[in-house]
Each structure stands twice: as structure tokens, then as C-alpha cells.
Write a new protein. Sequence first.
Lengths: 407, 118
Amino acid sequence: MTPWYQDPVQFIAEWLRGVLLGWGMPPSGVELVLTVLGAGTIALLAMLWVVFLIWYERKLIGRIQDRFGPNRVGPWGIFQPIADMLKIFTKEYITPEGVDRVPYNLAPILAVASVLLIWAVIPFTMTVMGVNLNVGIVYIIASGGLGVLGIILAGWSSNNKYALLGGFRAVAQLVSYEVPMVVSLLIPVILAGSLGVNDIVMAQRIPYLLSAPVAALIFFITSMAETGRSPFDLTEAESEIVAGFNIEYSGLKFGMFYVAEFLHAFTVSLLFATLFLGGWRGPLAEQVPLLGFVYLVVKTFVVYFVVILFRGSLPRFRIDQMMDLNWKLLTPLALVSLVVSALVAKPLEEMPLAQTLALLVSNGIVLILFIEGTGKKVQRKREIVGKPRPLAVPHPEEQQPAQSTGG
Amino acid sequence: MLSEWLYVGVFFLIAMFLPAAAIFIAGILAPKKPNPIKSSTYECGIETVGPAWIQFKAQYYIYTLVFLVFDVEVVLLFPWAVAYHQLPLFAVVEGVIFILILLGGLLYAWRKRALEWL
């Protein structure tokens, strides 16, 4: 058995198992208690983690926009989300007349649950994970589908036209982007030969970012779209449909959508780090499991930083552009890269290094061909509609003395 | 095997319970003072005309149909992907042909202008 400081979670679990068995509980009962405790701990920690995420993201977005971000409550404003949380807990629920109550109240719960469910299969270290399901990838996709359900329920049950528009848009967007995402996830599955998330991590002697760069790129873009954040935040575009599907929500019911969005962004980074950057793998991670957790956190935060950078620097897509990007670029690209990877990887199975190199080169060629060929063809040419208007030049005689407009 | 799915079941219940409990507690703490104006449907200050539950734009439906085709296809591809290492080259090529047929389907939908946002 490893010393406690190398794998504290396993140590506590073993200790607890010993204590409970010592009390004379039946072994199956002990397993049930440990299962409930483990699941509860992961879910609760994920929920509480959001408090930190909100602060981190606001601070970073502030810096990107040349502001300070939260800096009043506590050192560096770190208690700001806690203050916000206390406030939102005492906010009134305004439930409009004519909402469909059951789906209306179920929607925020489903939105959070769909994201939390993904945490059940993520391996945090070599030994500490919720569960290594043999259909882990399918499970992750299915949990994502549950999130779509939450959003359409919210949009439909609110009995509000903006909410309905937001809900429709959300379904069109999330459902469409699921196609390239699922196809791109097939490539790590092919390389690892398993659907289990921990098996995929175990198989990554070389991170799959190198063997499947196109899949990684597609997964990153599509999962950004699945989170429904900028630049894909058409579902809640303020300037078009006010707040989209969550317009009629208030108090903590709205807060739950907010929590779900932030947690989803982080979960996506976690997934990306796990599936394409090697998860907990790193030097000595197999001897000292705690070190694997550190590697995972570092990798996740690198990806999360890029996610926030995307949010902070890109403007929102128009909806037809977004659909074109998905159906006319990402989906064919995902299918072609799947075909190429499957054909290239097969003859080189015995030589992992040569396989990685061949995959890297072929992926690069596919990407360049796509961007040069299809991508440019799909891109619409800018058309000038109407004649250019003459510039407004004031006539010298009619020129008024300059007036202060008062700001 | 069964204990794995037990874990997922327990996790699902907890994942549903945590937000539900938070919403419930906030409901106890929060004031409740509804009035007719406050609980009217929001539409930028204008009174709503007609119900929101209407038939609306078939374009979304077409996208969902195309999505359905691809989702079913991926379900068929997952076993192929898992068994990839045991498959001979012949079977891999068969899978590739399947994907190419699908790519043909995508091109068909494209040519039929099912992917245009109208």
C-alpha cells in the first residue's frame, strides 16, 4: 500500500472501509455507503468549485478588457462570488403567469445535472475517479444531450417569445454541433481501442493532441459551442433576443443556468485535457498518484485559459454563419479526418512513434487542404448592397459654429 | 459492472438533488410578493399578443433531421472504432466506405439546400 501522502483519497477510502467493516456492516452495505460518499463528494466539490471559477473568469475577462475585475471584496476580490451567492439566495422567484410549471422548474436542475454527470467518469488520478465506465465516451455525449433537453424545456415552458426563440436556436446549435464533436471523439477511441475514459488516458503514451490535432481542434470548437458561450452565445444574445431561453428565470433558478454555464466551460477544459493532453499522465504520475492530479489541474487550467481568451476576444457569430461553419466545414472535416486517421493508423500499429508522426503529417495536410479548398469556397464573398453613399461634406456657407453636444 | 452503474445512478440522483436543494432553500429564504404586473410575461414593456406556443419555422426541423441521420450513423461507428485494433485492414476499409457513403449523404443534403439558413 502506498503511503498516505501519495494517494490521500485512496487512503481515506481504505480507512473508512476498514472502520465500517469493523462496525459489522455487511460488505455490500459498505460499498453502497462508499459509493454515495464518493459521488456526493465529487458532485459537491464540483458545485463549490464554481465559486472559484466565476471569480477567476471575471478577473481574467476584466484584465482582457483593460479593467481590474472584482477587487473590492476580500483580497483581489476573491470573495466577490460568495457575496453574489448570498445575494442571489435571497432573491425572489418571479414566476410569470402561464408558465408550464413542471418543465419550468425542472429545466435549471437538468442544466446543472447534465454538466455534473460528466464528472462521474473523469479520472482525476490513476486511482481516483468516479467510475471507469466501459462506455465512458458515449456516456459523456449522452450527458451533453441532457443539457439540450434542459434548455429546450426552459425555452418552451416559459411561455415567452424571446425564450422560445432562444430555445429553438439553442436546439439547432447544440444538436448540430454534436455531430462533428461525436465524430471527432471517434478518433481517440480508434487510437485507444476503448470507450473508457481512463483507458484512453492510459493509452496516451504520447498525448493525442499530436496524433489527432484536427480532432482536438474540432472537439475544442464544438465543445465551446456546446457550452453556449461567446462567440457561440446566440442562444442568449442580449442584443437580439434579450436573454434567450432563461429570460423568465430569476433568483437562484437563473443562477443555476449561470452555474451550469461556468461549470460546463471548465468541464470541457477538463475533458479536453483528459482526452487530448494525456489527463493525469506525466513524469512519476504512476508512482505518486497525487502528482497526476497536479498535472491534470495544470493542463486543465491551460485549456481553460484559452477558453476564456476566446470568450474575451471574439465577437458573436451570426446564426447562418454559425450553421455554415458547422455543417459545411467542421462536419466534413471531421469525417475526412476520421477516414484519413483510420487508414493511416492501421498499417503502422506496431510502431507508435512512426504512427504519431504519420498521423500528425496527414492531419496537417487534411487541415490545409480543407482551409484552402472547401473553407474558402464556403466562405461567402462580401457583397456591396446598394451604391456607396456620398460623404457628408458641410457647405461652407451653411456651416454652423461648433456647438458642444454635452457628451 | 453492476456497481459501476450503481455509482452512475447514485451520481445522477445527487446531481439532481444538489441544484434542487439549493433552489428549494433559496425559495424559503426569498421574499414572495407577486403582483399581476410583476408576473406578466416579459416583452420589453409591451403587452404580449397571442400565445408563445406556436408553430414556427421548419428550418430547425430540417437541421434536426440531418442531425438524426448522423447520430444514428455514429452509433454504428462506435463498435467499429472500439474493435479497430482487432480488425484486419479489410474491415477498416469497409468502415471507411460506410463513412464515405455518409459523406455522400451530407453532400446530398448540401446540394438540396437543406443546410442553408433561410
